[in-house]
Design a protein around this ligand. Structure first.
Ligand code: URA
Length: 199
C-alpha cells in the first residue's frame, strides 16, 4: 500500500517549521504555524506567538486565547470550526512588536495559508494583521466595525483580544459587535456597510 502524499498545506507547514529566514528563529522553542480546520470558512489572524504559544507550538493558548474561545462560543463556533494563525510564526523576544523585516520574511506563509484554506471570511485581530492585510497605515480603532470586500472574500478587522483584556468594557462590546458581523458573513446575511478594501 502506498503512503498518502503530503498535501501542499502539510508541505507549507514543514517549510515553516524549518524556517530560518529571520532572527526570530534563534530564540524560538516552537514555530507556531497555526491550528484548526484547514477547510474552515473563517480564518483568524493574530500578531505573533507569546510565551505559552512558543512553549506549546499552538496559537492563542494563553489568556487572549481564552477570550477568543469565549467570543467564538458566543457566535456558535468553536476552535475546530475555524483556522487560527498569526502574522509572524515565531515569538518575538519578551513579546516585543514584530519588526518590519520579520513581518516581510514571514508574510509569504500567511499568504499561502490563506490561498490554500480559501476561507469566506478573514478576521484580523489587532493592528498588525489588519494593517498588513488591508495594506494601510490606518489603525484598528478606525478600521473596525465593518466588513471589507477583500480578494473575493470578506475581511473583518477587530481588536486583538489582549486589548479587551487590558481595556474597557467597550472594547469587549466592540469585539462582540464585530463577531456578530463574522456570524452574519458566514451565514451569508451580511448586507450593509461593506467597504471596498484599498489593497
Ligand atoms: N497573541 C497573538 O497575536 N497570537 C497568539 O498566538 C497569541 C497571542
Amino acid at each position: 500500500m502506498s503512503a498518502v502524499p503530503p498535501s501542499r498545506f502539510d508541505e507549507l507547514r514543514a517549510e515553516a517549521l524549518a524556517c530560518t529566514a529571520c532572527r526570530l528563529a534563534d530564540g524560538r522553542t516552537h514555530v507556531v504555524f497555526g491550528d484548526g480546520n484547514p477547510q474552515a470558512d473563517v480564518v483568524f489572524v493574530g500578531e505573533a506567538p507569546g510565551q505559552r504559544e512558543d512553549e506549546l507550538g499552538l496559537p492563542f493558548v494563553g489568556p487572549s486565547g481564552k477570550l477568543l474561545d469565549r467570543l467564538l462560543g458566543e457566535i456558535g463556533l468553536q476552535r475546530s470550526d475555524v483556522y487560527i494563525g498569526n502574522v509572524v510564526k515565531c515569538r518575538p523576544p519578551k513579546n516585543r512588536d514584530p519588526r518590519p523585516d520579520e513581518i516581510e520574511a514571514c508574510k509569504g506563509y500567511l499568504r499561502e495559508q490563506l490561498r490554500l484554506i480559501d476561507p469566506k471570511v478573514v478576521v484580523t485581530l489587532g493592528n498588525f494583521s489588519s494593517k498588513l492585510l488591508l495594506n494601510t497605515e490606518t489603525g484598528i480603532t478606525r478600521l473596525r466595525g465593518t466588513a471589507y470586500q477583500w480578494w473575493g472574500r470578506y475581511l473583518i478587522p477587530t481588536f486583538h483580544p489582549a486589548a479587551a483584556l487590558r481595556g474597557s468594557a467597550q472594547v469587549l462590546a466592540d469585539m462582540q459587535f464585530d463577531f456578530g458581523l463574522v456570524a452574519a458573513a458566514v451565514a451569508g446575511n451580511l448586507r450593509a456597510d461593506i467597504d471596498e478594501a484599498e489593497t
